[in-house]
Design a protein around this ligand. Structure first.
Ligand code: ZN
Length: 499
């Protein structure tokens, strides 16, 4: 038995007592958002479960319960392979690391994380003992870390959702005790924040939001507070390490990268934007410039000559710090869109198409361009002060694999950098845009990759940056070991002059 194991049943009683006095006087009244925010805001937190390599497994929301010792959240987000701790961030910026859970119910899809005893005392929210009428008359608020990035409150009305029994039959699981139907909320929508509490005017929790996946359809629903209470009261709570969290029975969507995805329209113009950003300004992307004859006099124009552009060296494109910023932000948006939960397939396809186009361009330009890009990306990685998440466009060679806490990882050595990148093999082999089939790149091969750096990682043998990939292509032929980039710049002033 875990040494920290102890009876924690009294918190259930205190949560229940708080709820019993809450009452339902609010029905149909407009909700005062300022007071809900004041009552519930300090108790709602962002939850980032991390694996033993320090890699974020998901981004979710949770809320402090009852007497403040536990945080309730979505089991689908925290019960992920290899998770050993959950980083909690509150609206005042304070953080706490939860390493244990008191109970988890796979049928309801809820987990109770233990807040560290050493942290500040936090006031919790109560779970409602009964639900209001689920006919759209109750105005409610949802509080969540929208897209895993900031705390938002939205209002809507509470309706009866689908029968839990029907969904349970489709998913081949036992329906949980304590409720017959899921709830749903219309009006405002809390996106990318599984585990968000749905609250009444007093800040009492009526439900916990999640995105249910059944046969490729995604439904944003709420687990009623009555089902959550049922799960809490029926459990024998004892503290155990997060690694022992059970898997949820329901299939739910998780958010892998924080931030909202791009709209399809934004991605459509992305290809033109990055091509414009890379186009050499000196020759306007023609590769040639006119070198004026300096001999003087009226005949000089007859002796002007076209020469290869000295800035891009005839390669039509130049990578500057500014152009790199455009590339990086497009890579970040593309990756976010490919991994966004909720399933907009059109946006996903456009993101992959834009990323493929980006990769074709990068490998299509000449060796100086590619060398300069590698140097800039390599320099950013070498300093180790990359803001995260941060988009990346990189030319890299596969340099080994290892079994990580949540599957096999492929290590990449970016050209002109000492840094190591780690990508999950499963993510790299995700079905590609259009082709629908994807294999892993062969060992030691070179690839070009668009993705986003999400965190640092520290494995058994290597450490570096963890990358969530958006798209990649084989890199053929591989980059030159050292393209001629030390040639002195062309001096216009000397052309046509006597030595
Ligand atoms: Zn040029």
């Amino acid at each position: 038995m875990h040494p920290a194991t102890r009876a924690v049943s009294c918190w259930v009683l205190s949560a229940a007592a708080g709820a019993a006095s809450a009452g339902w006087a609010f029905a149909a009244a407009p909700i005062d958002m300022a007071s809900v925010r004041a009552a519930a805001g300090p108790a709602v937190c962002r939850i980032v479960p991390e694996t033993s390599w320090g890699i974020p497994a998901a981004f979710a929301t949770g809320f402090v319960l009852g007497d403040g010792r536990f945080v309730v959240t979505d089991l689908g987000s925290v019960g992920r392979p290899g998770v050993v701790l959950a980083m909690l961030t509150f609206q005042d910026g304070s953080k706490a690391a939860a390493r244990e859970f008191g109970m988890a119910d796979p049928a309801v899809g809820v987990a109770l994380l233990r807040l560290p005893e050493t942290g500040p005392k936090r006031a919790g929210l109560s779970l409602a003992a009964a639900l209001p009428a689920l006919d759209g008359t109750a105005t409610v608020a949802a509080a969540g870390w929208q897209w895993g990035s900031q705390l938002e409150f939205v209002t809507g009305r509470l309706w009866k959702g689908p029968a839990i029994r029907e969904f349970a039959a489709l998913a081949h699981v036992e329906p949980p005790a304590g409720a017959d139907v899921f709830v749903r909320m219309d009006g405002g929508r809390m996106e990318g924040g599984p585990g968000s509490p749905v609250l009444d005017a007093s800040g009492t929790v009526l439900a916990m939001g999640f995105e249910l996946v059944v046969r490729d359809t995604v439904a944003p629903l709420g687990r009623p507070a009555t089902a959550l209470r049922g799960a809490l009261l029926s459990a024998q709570p004892q503290l155990r390490p997060l690694a022992e969290l059970p898997k949820p029975l329901w299939s739910t969507r998780v958010l892998r990268m924080p931030g909202p995805p791009a709209a399809t329209a934004d991605l459509a113009g992305a290809v033109n934007r990055f091509k414009a950003a890379l186009t050499c300004q000196m020759c306007k992307g023609t590769g040639q410039v006119v070198a004026p004859w300096r001999g003087g006099g009226i005949i000089s124009q007859f002796f002007d000559a076209k020469i290869p552009c000295p800035d891009c060296r005839g390669e039509l494109a130049v990578i500057s710090e500014g152009a790199l910023k455009t590339l990086v932000s497009l890579a970040e948006q593309g990756t976010r869109t490919v991994w966004a939960p909720g399933g907009d397939d059109r946006a996903r396809a456009s993101a992959r198409a834009a990323a493929t186009e980006m990769l074709r361009s990068v490998t299509g330009y000449g060796p100086h361009f590619r060398g300069d890009l590698a140097r800039l990306v390599g320099a950013a990685l070498n300093t180790g002060t990359v803001p995260m998440p941060c988009g990346i466009v990189c030319q890299a060679q596969l340099s080994g694999t290892a079994d990580g806490p949540d599957g096999r990882y492929i290590f990449l050595s970016p050209w002109r950098s000492q840094a190591t990148l780690a990508v999950r093999a499963e993510d790299l082999a995700a079905p590609g845009y259009k082709t629908g089939v994807r294999r892993e790149p062969p060992p030691d091969s070179w690839i070009v990759l668009v993705g986003a750096v999400l965190s640092r990682f520290k494995g058994e043998s290597r450490e570096g940056f963890y990358v969530l990939p958006c798209e990649w292509l084989p890199y053929s032929p591989p980059p030159q070991p050292d393209p001629d980039d030390r040639r002195p710049p062309f001096d216009f002033r000397r052309r046509g002059q006597n030595p």
